[in-house]
Design a protein around this ligand. Structure first.
Ligand code: UDX
Length: 454
């Protein structure tokens, strides 16, 4: 039974995983090559915002069930298995950059040469189908001088949502184990049995290639669902009285469809969907399969930004010279991550119109500054962000924005107008000001804007 576990790459996936294992009576060594990050974590500080993570990190550090290092040798000597959670960014052509995975496997392989024990390697980084068998196995055997049986290898995808990573680790829908041989699969299953106890979720045991493909197909399917409803939202905007929110509610009641991932909005962003959708398209092409479906979901995602700009123009007329307040910069609520954020994409588009942009976000201001620099005005409060503005655009649906009332918009804005790009608000509550929302039939914009002129 494996009790001592290494986790390589202490980012959005690795750090929560290391803390979670450490909280369930495993001895864990977390490894990262970024020395600043290591120092920060040692002090009990998390380099990322993730609900409950800071508290758990401090607890496991105090209990000494988690220790962090930058030495592969130390990690390999003191553990029996290791989870690879390093990033797999996109190359400019959309293909997957495996540099960090290769580096990690090489370092591990070299350290394995120096010890004499069976070692289980579990890859969690998202990698294209075939990579475990064709790339990782080869590098590992070459560097370690070992043969299968002297080591174990599995691909074990993660389905963690940012902001909910700990919850998803403790309560996954399922565990997918892509094992290179029976022994590797059994050992990894034992780790999960120990971790989850009685409440172990359903397990699918398969080969690494299927597991790799499951991860991509999963994310591409979810992105397709979002793009589908966004396509319906564009249709609803052209039909008087139609409302995509009600349509989503209705089709979501069909158990075969389900309500989740049917929220129309600015589209999907973040560190996973855009990267995985492009990679999926790319390796399909390499295999001679051009997927028009996947091309279309990317296109719909882009047109949602144009759609939002058009709605903004419908609300305030020409955009030039206007001041626009943007509420929400993170790619979704409850995270400080702005990678591929649709809010930032929208801002980039609006900036082409010579507008002044004021922005607010409860957590992501610092990270957004690195992208937007001095092109926008950063505001600490919602009030400050609204002051003197001609249009307020809700771009990320943080719960605190739900509190926004039309009185507040009237009080602070130059001319109160609200564009709801995430369907957070009930249009009825904003009757006295100009209001528009993604996926809401044209009747609303016209009648409400004429209302405000009365
Ligand atoms: C996703 C997957 O959910 C997770 O399983 C995988 O491991 C990593 O990628 P995450 O990137 O954290 O997780 O975000 P998620 O909550 O899935 O949302 C992705 C994007 O889709 C966000 O930009 C979100 O705003 C958007 N989205 C999601 C919608 O626009 N509408 C929806 O109904 C759902």
């Amino acid at each position: 039974m494996i009790n001592r576990i290494g986790v390589v790459g202490l980012g959005y996936v690795g750090l929560p995983l290391a803390c979670a294992f450490a909280s369930k009576s495993f001895k864990v060594i977390g490894l990262d090559t970024d020395l600043e990050k290591i120092e920060l974590i040692k002090r009990g500080e998390t380099p990322i915002y993730e609900e409950g993570l800071q508290e758990l990190l401090r607890k496991v550090l105090e209990e000494k069930s988690l220790k962090v290092t930058s030495s592969y040798r130390e990690m390999v000597e003191e553990t029996e298995a290791c989870f690879i959670c390093v990033g797999t960014p996109s190359n400019p052509d959309g293909s997957v950059d495996l540099r960090y995975v290769r580096e990690a496997i090489e370092m591990l392989g070299e350290s394995l040469r120096r010890v004499d024990k069976y070692f289980l390697l579990v890859v969690r980084s998202t990698i294209p189908p075939g990579t475990t068998l064709n790339v990782i196995k080869r590098i590992l055997e070459e560097k370690s001088g070992r043969r299968l049986g002297e080591y174990g290898l599995c691909f074990n995808p993660e389905f963690l949502r940012e902001g909910r990573a700990l919850y998803d680790i403790f309560n996954p829908d399922r565990v997918i184990i892509g094992a290179i041989d029976e022994e590797s699969g059994k050992l990894l299953l034992d780790i999960y049995k120990k971790f989850h106890g009685e409440s172990i979720p359903p397990v699918l045991m398969t080969n690494p290639t299927n597991a790799e493909l499951i991860k991509y197909a999963n994310n591409v399917f979810l992105a397709t669902k979002v793009s589908f409803i966004n396509m319906v939202s564009q249709l609803c905007q052209r039909i008087p009285n139609a409302d995509v929110k009600v349509v989503a509610e209705g089709i979501g009641m069909d158990k075969r469809i389900g309500r989740e991932f049917l929220n129309a909005g600015l589209g999907w962003g973040g560190s996973c969907f855009p990267k995985d959708v492009k990679a999926f398209l790319r390796f399909g092409e390499e295999l001679g399969l051009r997927s028009k479906l996947v091309e279309s979901i990317i296109e719909i995602n882009e047109t949602q930004i144009e759609n939002a700009v058009k709605l903004a123009e419908e609300l305030v007329g020409r955009l030039e010279g206007r001041t626009i307040s943007i509420l929400g910069l993170a790619f979704k609520p409850n995270t400080d991550d702005v990678r591929e954020s649709r809010a930032i994409r929208l801002i980039e588009e609006l900036l082409k119109y010579d507008v002044e942009i004021k922005v607010h976000d409860p957590k992501a201001l610092e990270k957004a500054k690195k992208i937007l620099g001095d092109r926008v005005i950063y505001c600490k409060t919602i009030e400050e962000c609204l002051t003197g503005s001609d249009l307020c655009i809700l771009a990320t649906e943080w719960a605190e924005y739900k509190e926004l009332k039309q009185e507040m918009l009237k009080k602070y804005m130059r001319s109160p107008a609200l564009l709801d790009c995430r369907r957070l608000y009930d249009p009825g509550e904003f009757k006295q000001i100009k209001f528009a929302a993604i996926g809401l039939g044209p009747r609303y914009v016209k009648s409400l804007s004429s209302n405000s002129e009365e």
